[in-house]
Design a protein around this ligand. Sequence first.
Ligand code: SAJ
Length: 452
Amino acid sequence: MKEKTKIAVIGMGYVGIPAAALLADVDGFEVIGIQRRSKRSGWKIEALNRGECPILNEPELPELIRRVVLEKKTFRVTDDTEVLRDMNYILIDVQTPTDKETHQPLYKSLREVSAVVGQKMKDGAVVIVESTVAPGTTENIVKPILEENSGKTCGKDFYLVFAYERVMVGRLINNIVNYPRVIGGVTEECTKKGLWLYKHIVKEKLIPVSATTAEVAKVVENTYRDVQIAFANEVALACEALHADFNDVRKCVNSLPFNSNAYRDLHLPGAGVGGHCLPKDPWLLKFGVDTYGKIKVPFEVIVKARMRNDQMPLHMLELAEAAAKKAGIDIKNAKLAILGASFLENSEDTRNSPTEAFVKLLEERKIKWAIHDPYVRQREFPYPLSKNLEEIIRDADILLIFVKHKDYYALEPQWLKERMKHPIIIDGRDVINLEKFRKNGFVAFGVGKPNY
Ligand code: SAJ
């Protein structure tokens, strides 16, 4: 009977759960999920062991978890780290948040987990960090902690790889299986160990590089997108100033042939940039260079881009103030109805939600507000939410669209006008047809639109 490959995945979150379930579905693999009994996530241990999927709206994942937990019995979850002693592979998929003010990575979980793994891993174990870290972290933090706690030598007695995830809400399984995977080993031998594991679950190509190269690539992937979006936001402001329509500008710019080196991919402007990747990763790139770089790099482009994106909720307030003025009302006495609390359309994920930043601005100005979101669970959002659209817009003076949930595309001017106190709408995600609303007596402004 061939020896089973034993795998531990530490951290049952958006990254760890799909990875563990996919690996558990490979013949000959046995997976144990490790999750501490924290307030926020401890409940997932029992849920997963019942074969339930703790993440909503994910295709394929619920069925996969049911199959590997209840039928194949190749996946179970525990809070007991003793299981690490018997593992061939140990994946570290814990949260690596950054400090909201200083933007520095908070490696408390990563350090604690690395120390426990070091104390318990057996000879020949392959440790793979999937969580996003600042460049230089694998070599300068994880490796020393593993070596100090185990007395082993990396590349000889154990192996260390950085193989970053590219998961996205709503496509967790798809992205692991169908996206190319970068495998960053601390040594060549480490990279080989990483390639062996991922070839069992990744259908796309595997890209072997050094651990540091992989760390830089990960944060650059998201920094690139953050800068692209900031550029779109700045162009949108220019369009508003010049009374041009951003969508028309984008149609022209992106008309350059895609398969030529002249191609352009102008992104979309909006009410802000949220999520667990883009607001964080540019700061991780900067932190990595500032901390481990051999030379100083004055980051201008990526820092200014981050600030531009973070300013967009304030721009939504500026548009609301301008629209209120045009409608002859004082925004200080207005009630604002906010549509959408998540950071992304048709998702309940609220991390770094621009709506949260916007409500903070309103609180500072003592402006009344109410928030609607069809997907977000109240425990995931710090302000009261309602799933009753009619209740939120009743007697509202200004309606603001912060998220392009599919539910909002059917908004009709008349239906809103009968229920709102004043017909004023601010479109932060290019959801409605402003002309149609203006023809129905609305003061209708939008990001990147000819408003004035
Ligand atoms: N956003 C814009 N304009 C755009 C695109 C996005 O304002 O043109 C906003 C969104 O509204 C959201 C934020 O940016 O608030 C982030 O959106 P996102 O589509 O980038 O979604 P994320 O945060 O889930 O990004 C992930 C990233 N994937 C990984 O980190 C593995 C990112 O690298 C992917 O490019 C992105 O998904 C994707 O393509 O869907």
